[in-house]
Design a protein around this ligand. Structure first.
Ligand SMILES: NC(=O)c1ccc[n+]([C@@H]2O[C@H](COP(=O)([O-])OP(=O)(O)OC[C@H]3O[C@@H](n4cnc5c(N)ncnc54)[C@H](O)[C@@H]3O)[C@@H](O)[C@H]2O)c1
Ligand SMILES: [Fe+2]
Length: 391
């Protein structure tokens, strides 16, 4: 069976890489961005300066909130239709870049409603009106290189993971200087999110040698740099920005697994930040998936690659889970949902519904080991209490 590995055509990386915006060819550009951090740091002005050097007429859509809403996407698409850009530039964390991707679809296809495009692999052909540049300012989601856009319907509390290779940006800019203003907890959460992308992708059903290679490199770079980046070392911060992008190249092609399924649903129900949820879940999910013989071998491969101690496959797999728990501790991330502070009564009241929703999340389909409703509930309960998941 043949497969596909899709990336942006160009990835510009390194301190100062946003200067490549001055080489864009076109007439009009819209910059889609989030809150005030880019303005305060002067980065937005530098971006607009480079676009002016490229002689592009520019408009800014700002104020895209974390977890962008359907409404913000519809409002942005309307502005794009009025202005008619040939470049759309999403700058920020995953939220503004994802919003830019969804706006782009509705700009190219005004006949579509959000309901027509929110399910995976339903996006009609793009690039008849505009192309997309993704510029990441957090070091985790790697939306600048992925084929995904997560848009939330706050009326129904549903997060739609739009996914289609049409959505891959044409150009990704991975400029670590943009991440220097990130607060410590975000460095920790988004960094472990990137580690979860790489590890889940490595064992996911759709993994291939093409996705394995950037994924392994990402894991090694994250173990070597995340804590130092968290403590303020800027060289490590640069390396984390590249590592999360490599993890993105891996997971956008191989997909991820049930740590993400649960993080999506626990996150939406209890507002646990995405990366923090993944950080808590990952060691337990490794235990659960290690009962799949092929995954056990692959977890052991990761541990060997990282130089972790162990002789047998299960010993190496245990070392991997322990190394993640240890990294979490050093980043001050709790080890269980109870420790996170989720009230027991609320958690138990929602357990069945959260497990049901996690089960139908698209990421569950790509998890290497099948799971059913009672087992998903048991897994969530173990994660709440901090019990081993060898079942
Ligand atoms: N497209 C994908 O492939 C993909 C993958 C995983 C998750 N997601 C989605 O991405 C979103 C999360 O994205 P995120 O974690 O990158 O954060 P985000 O974009 O939601 O931003 C979170 C906060 O960080 C601030 N921020 C961003 N960059 C900053 C900087 N350099 N300095 C200081 N503050 C900064 C923002 O203003 C915001 O307040 C979620 O909606 C998630 O579901 C997308
Ligand atoms: Fe993630």
């Amino acid at each position: 069976m043949s497969s596909r590995f899709t990336t942006p055509r160009d990835i510009y990386f390194g301190p100062g890489a946003i200067e490549h915006l001055k080489d864009l060819k076109g007439k009009k550009a819209v910059v889609v961005t989030g809150g005030s951090s880019l303005k305060k740091s002067g980065a937005l002005d530098r971006i607009l300066g480079y676009l002016a050097q490229a002689k592009l007429e520019t408009r800014v859509i700002d104020g895209i909130d974390p977890d962008p809403s359907v409404e913000s996407v519809l409002a942005g698409a309307k502005i794009l239709q009025e202005f008619g850009p040939d470049w759309i530039i999403g700058v920020g964390g995953g939220s503004p870049i994802d919003a830019a991707k969804a706006m782009w679809v509705l700009y190219e296809h005004p006949e579509c409603k959000f309901e027509d495009i929110r399910e995976p692999f339903t996006i009609p052909p793009l690039r008849n009106k505009a192309r997309l540049v993704g510029i990441g300012t957090t070091s985790g989601t790697a939306s600048e290189v992925t084929a995904c856009a997560v848009i939330t319907d706050f009326k129904t509390q549903i997060k739609y993971p739009m996914a289609d290779f049409q959505l891959n940006p044409d150009i990704a800019i991975v400029d670590p200087e943009l991440t220097y203003t990130l607060p410590g907890h975000m460095i920790a959460y988004t960094g472990i999110d990137a580690l979860t992308h790489a590890i889940e992708a490595y064992v996911a059903k759709a993994h291939s040698s093409f996705s394995d290679a950037p994924g392994l490199m990402a894991m090694q770079m994250i173990f070597d740099n995340l804590e130092r980046s968290y403590l303020g070392d800027l060289e490590a911060r640069n390396n984390m920005h590249y590592a999360q992008c490599l993890a993105g190249l891996s997971f956008t092609n191989a997909l991820v697994g049930i740590a993400h399924s649960m993080a999506h649903k626990v996150g939406a129900t209890f507002r646990v930040p995405h990366g923090c949820a993944n950080a808590i879940f990952l060691p337990y999910v490794i235990q659960y998936n290690s009962k799949d013989p092929a995954s056990l071998v692959r977890f052991a491969d990761i541990a060997r690659f990282l130089g972790l101690p162990g002789v047998t496959n299960s010993g190496l797999c245990d070392s991997l889970a322990a190394a993640i728990r240890d990294l979490n501790r050093r980043l001050k991330i709790p080890g269980t949902l109870r420790e996170y502070g989720l009230p027991e009564a609320d958690f138990k009241a929602s357990l069945t519904a959260v497990a049901e929703r996690s089960l139908v999340d698209i990421c569950t389909f790509f998890n290497p080991r099948a799971i059913d409703q009672p087992t998903m509930e048991r897994l969530l309960l173990c994660i709440y209490e901090g019990e081993d998941c060898f079942f």
